[in-house]
Write a new protein. Structure first.
Length: 327
């Protein structure tokens, strides 16, 4: 059974690992050039590309490894031939899942390590900046492409593909459902689960001109909100103006609405709006920041990995339960 599983799985597996080798060579060549630099604007394409690849890898594993691993045999009927030999249903599924999960986790672990190493000079600089627009490694889009969480994504994707394939028994339909569910999970977890895996920290700061980083508004509502400088390397969940009672001021009070230039006046002088918005502090308003500090990167990584491995275990359990109903 082990030899048969390898024969069926080798081409998809070798294709992915060959791609990883190419990516690894590119990162190994360009990585040393980043050490000691303070400007990485010329690396935006590669920086974004590495993040994209680490999100595409679980999708490819779930769709092209997990789903065909089961549906190919169910559609062709070869599973019945195997079961009528000396191989039991449980051993059949255990061998397939064992091969798939091990290969998926190794592939994601290697790629995650290589990208984390390559991007370490960029991440180190981003952890020190508050106003240069650099994404820290704890920021949602970057977090999933660093450290050990890609291992959990890959394992979950493969188990999801197998479970959906066993449920639908149709390759194309199972591929579409697997991709849709995986995309939904990878969107929902960073927005509704990860922020609360650990209780976020909170701080209030004074509203002074030098700390205001953005002023947002429109003609219909006026000035809606402002933002102040974020803590270095943090993932900010909320940057909001509050009154003395702690209530969020949205939109901002009337006495600062005149700070914005009227239509036809042209752009204001540099710094004039910030000076005007500083009136908020004189009236008792402050800026409240709710955030996950950069120091929590690894605790959040371990917690999210545990979450995805738990979901993988649940899908694996479902697959073995479903196995009983396959004919």
């Amino acid at each position: 059974m082990t030899w048969l599983t390898w024969r069926q799985f080798r081409i998809p597996a070798l294709s992915v690992f060959a791609t990883l080798v190419v990516i690894g060579v590119v990162l190994a060549i360009t990585g040393p050039e980043l050490v000691g630099r303070t400007n990485f604007s010329d690396q935006d394409t590669l920086f974004g590309g590495t993040i994209l690849v680490l999100y595409l890898l679980p999708a490819a594993i779930g769709v092209f490894w997990g789903v065909p691993m089961i549906t190919r045999e169910l559609e062709s009927g070869t599973h019945s031939l195997v079961w009528n030999q000396t191989v039991t249903r449980k051993r059949w599924l255990t061998t397939k899942l064992g091969f798939g999960l091990l290969a998926a986790m190794v592939a994601a672990g290697l790629l995650g390590w290589a990208v984390s190493w390559w991007a370490s000079p960029i991440d180190a600089l981003a952890a020190q900046q508050t106003d240069r627009g650099m994404l820290s490694r704890i920021a949602p889009v970057v977090f999933g492409a660093r450290g050990i969480v890609p291992i959990g994504y890959a394992a979950f994707a493969l188990a999801l593909g197998v479970a959906v394939g066993m449920l639908l028994k149709r390759t194309v339909a199972a591929m579409a459902v697997t991709l849709a569910v995986l995309a939904a999970v990878l969107l929902l977890v960073p927005n509704f689960v990860r922020p609360y895996l650990l209780p976020p920290e909170q701080m209030t700061v004074a509203i002074v001109p030098g700390e205001i980083t953005n002023i947002n508004g429109d003609d219909a509502i006026g000035i809606r909100e402002i933002g102040v400088r974020n803590p270095a390397g943090a993932w900010v969940l909320a940057n909001e103006t509050v009154d003395q009672a702690g209530n969020v001021a949205y939109p901002l009070p009337e006495f600062v609405q005149g700070c914005a230039p009227r239509p036809g006046q042209g752009p204001p002088e540099r710094g004039s709006m910030e000076q005007c918005m500083a009136q908020l502090g004189a009236h008792g308003y402050q800026q409240r920041l709710i955030y996950q500090p950069g120091s929590r990167f690894w605790p959040l990584q371990w917690l999210e990995l545990a979450l995805f491995l738990a979901m993988t275990a649940l899908l694996t359990w479902f697959s073995f339960r479903r196995l009983r109903h396959l004919s």
